[in-house]
Unconditional design. Structure first.
Length: 66
């Protein structure tokens, strides 16, 4: 059963705003944007918001940044 969106804990989110991706990864904001521009990290744009899928960020960190 789906939860109320306001009650979802940050670690349960499927997609993260750039600020959240920075906080959970320990990477800098500029590094996140650089990885996105180099297509090493996928970002999706929904409305006016750029989101990083949690699974993509985790995969990047598990594989190491090349």
């Amino acid at each position: 059963m789906l939860q109320n969106p306001l009650s979802i804990r940050p670690e349960e989110k499927l997609a993260l705003r750039i600020k959240e991706a920075v906080a959970v990864s320990g990477l800098s904001r500029s590094t996140i944007y650089k990885l996105v521009s180099e297509k090493k990290l996928r970002a999706v744009k929904v409305g006016g918001r750029r989101l990083i899928l949690r699974k993509d960020l985790q995969a990047l960190l598990h594989s190491g940044i090349q």
